[in-house]
Design a protein around this ligand. Structure first.
Ligand SMILES: Nc1ncnc2c1ncn2[C@@H]1O[C@H](COP(=O)(O)OP(=O)(O)OP(=O)(O)O)[C@@H](O)[C@H]1O
Length: 211
């Protein structure tokens, strides 16, 4: 069997003296999509922040391609896209300007690719409107356009479909399915039922909650 992309061993995390998970272990293969489930406050966001390197407040080990992430952080970070709760969109900038800013700290992207990404998320015609004049769902779409511009192997997505309408969700699910079919991997949280992503591995944090 080929080596997993990501391997989590004996992960323990507590917040406010409450154990969120203890002994959490799983592997994620290339081409696998994993959904983290659990009640509000069960630790889904906390887990995704740990996996993406944004939080070090945990015990246990996380491996990327067989090596401890802590020992090859730069390589891991360049292979991973994290999409957090906040859209991370600057209101004073237009969608095009936001994505230009994003592409400046990532592999440079042509304006053509940025416009294609905005078209793909349904924002054709809004390219030059300041984001503070867009709706919550449209701002979320600007942020999601990063997925259409990114070549990272692993996508870690926290509630990517929040504020997105039904048609938008179906289109994004297809995009995730395409990423996975091309050998990429996805770990996400969502309260939506995933219907168009293909096989989904599920981990439920409620069953791992301490007392
Ligand atoms: N920085 C922090 N300091 C202290 N406690 C925190 C911190 N971040 C989260 N928590 C606590 O950890 C628990 C898990 O929070 P988390 O945001 O991971 O849950 P969640 O499963 O993502 O919830 P939701 O479905 O509501 O988004 C909560 O009880 C929260 O209060």
């Amino acid at each position: 069997m080929s080596q997993p992309l990501l391997k989590v061993v004996d992960l323990f995390c507590e917040r406010d003296e409450r154990t969120l998970f203890d002994g959490l272990a799983f592997t994620l293969a290339a081409g696998e999509l994993m959904q983290i489930e659990g009640a509000n406050g069960s630790g889904k966001t906390t887990l995704l922040r740990i996996l993406s390197g944004l939080s070090n407040d945990f015990e246990g080990e996380i491996y990327w391609r067989g090596e401890l992430i802590a020992k090859m952080r730069d390589e891991f970070l360049s292979s991973m896209l994290y999409f957090g709760h906040q859209p991370g969109v600057k209101g004073m900038l237009t969608p095009v300007e936001n994505l230009q800013w994003y592409s400046a700290i990532h592999p440079a992207l042509s304006e053509e690719k940025i416009l294609a990404a905005l078209d793909a998320v349904g924002l054709k015609g809004y390219e030059d409107v300041p984001c503070h004049s867009l709706s919550a769902g449209q701002n979320r779409r600007v942020s999601l356009a990063r997925l259409y511009m990114n070549t990272a192997k692993l996508w870690i997505l926290d509630e990517p479909f929040t504020a997105i309408d039904k048609r938008g969700v179906a289109a994004k699910e297809k995009w995730l399915a395409g990423h996975v079919a091309a050998g990429g991997s996805v770990i996400l949280t969502t309260h939506h039922d995933l219907t168009s992503c293909g096989p989904v591995t599920k981990i439920n944090l409620d069953q791992l909650m301490g007392t």
